[in-house]
Design a protein around this ligand. Structure first.
Ligand code: KG4
Ligand code: ZN
Length: 338
């Protein structure tokens, strides 16, 4: 039997709607918000307003692309947190109103857990190799960095996390220091392709256990550039590729070192990657290397499913639907990790 879930994601600066049939993506529409680029980061108030403008056309397009009638939808899954409260309220209020008008249930979804479950999505006509429980997952996004043990779709145990900035934030802040546009992660990734990652050394933080810290890296990058610019005001322009490659190397190294310790100390036979920073080409390559070194299978979602998207919200909703876990309309979105 086919279950059709409409997913709605509005936790940060992307308005997204997707329709899936069981775990297969029929549509996954994402409207980004260019309005934040000139501010070098997401402006919450502007994000909420842009979600208000985008939500109806985005949902409408998702239904049209999926070629289904809204009466066929089994349930609506929406992001309930963590995220920007004003942004979450737009998606959640829309989802609740639509569920009332269609007389179908709503399902609340945790954004971070949904990033992990993006590994269970399929595209039409191609069934992907999925992770097997229990598995380790490195979740790296603009707001979060965690190593998790995934025992089941809903049983996710945090083994380590960042104590300050997230990995995506480290990329974005480094890009800002270099005068690059927001979000800086993809820009650094692209510039780094033609750079020498060993040209400049930025040491990763040394923290016990599986926790991360990125704020020291950002500060040493800032001070290094400040000193170099005193000598040569064109230092950044003249070395942009090597600078991008070197800071990317340091961030990826920080992530890899802890993941390696986690792999050495686990009985899990496989691991996965998730979150926006999972789009990073150096990180993807490093995870494949770890997989070969430790002979453990690694699952990495396709690029389009790593950054924020509603298909991952829908697939989390699908697994909850199978358990009959619906929510009532009184649920209020939350802004920080629970
Ligand atoms: O998961 P996501 O789309 O949103 C959050 O939930 O935060 O992650 C966004 C983050 C941003 O910090 C962005 O710079 C980073 O993911 N990112 C990348 C790349 N693509 C996106 N970082 C490094 N390399 C990339 N290719
Ligand atoms: Zn995200």
């Amino acid at each position: 039997m086919s279950v059709y879930i409409l997913g709605i994601e509005s936790s940060c600066d992307d308005t997204s709607a997707a329709v899936i049939e069981n775990t297969t993506i029929l549509s996954n529409v994402i409207a980004g918000q260019k309005v934040h680029a000139e501010f070098g980061g997401v402006v919450p108030e502007l994000a909420s307003r842009a979600h208000q403008q985008n939500i109806i056309p985005v949902v409408d397009t998702a239904l049209k692309r999926a070629k289904i009638n809204k009466k066929q939808i089994s349930a609506i899954a929406y992001t309930n947190g963590p995220g920007l409260l004003g942004s979450l309220l737009v998606g959640s209020s829309f989802a609740k109103a639509l569920s009332l008008s269609l007389d179908i249930p709503v399902i609340i979804v945790d954004h971070l857990q949904a990033h992990v479950l993006a590994n269970f999505l399929d595209f039409p006509g191609e069934e992907k190799v999925k992770p097997e429980f229990p598995f380790l997952c490195l979740t790296v996004s603009g707001g979060h960095t965690q190593i998790l043990q995934i025992n089941d779709y809903f049983d996710m145990q945090i083994l380590g996390k960042t104590i300050d900035d997230a990995a995506g934030e480290a990329f974005d802040k480094a890009a800002k220091i270099l005068g690059l546009p927001y979000p800086g992660g993809p820009v650094i990734d692209k510039l780094a392709q033609e750079g020498d990652p060993k040209r400049f050394t930025f040491a990763p933080a040394k923290l016990p256990g599986l926790d991360y810290s990125f704020s020291g890296l950002k500060t040493s990058f800032l001070y290094f550039l400040r000193d170099q610019l005193k000598e040569n005001p064109n230092f950044i322009d003249e070395n942009i590729h090597d600078l991008a490659a070197s800071i990317q190397y340091a961030i990826v190294k920080s992530l890899t070192v802890k993941m390696e310790i986690a792999l050495q100390n686990t009985h899990c036979t496989n691991f996965a990657l998730s979150g926006g920073v999972a789009a990073n080409s150096a990180l993807r390559a490093a995870m494949v290397q770890l997989s070969e070194k430790y002979n453990k299978k690694v699952c990495i979602p396709p690029m389009s499913l790593t950054t924020d998207n509603a298909a991952m919200i829908a697939v989390y909703g699908y697994f909850k639907y199978l358990k009959g876990e619906f929510s009532d309309l009184s649920n209020i979105p939350y802004s920080s990790i629970r």
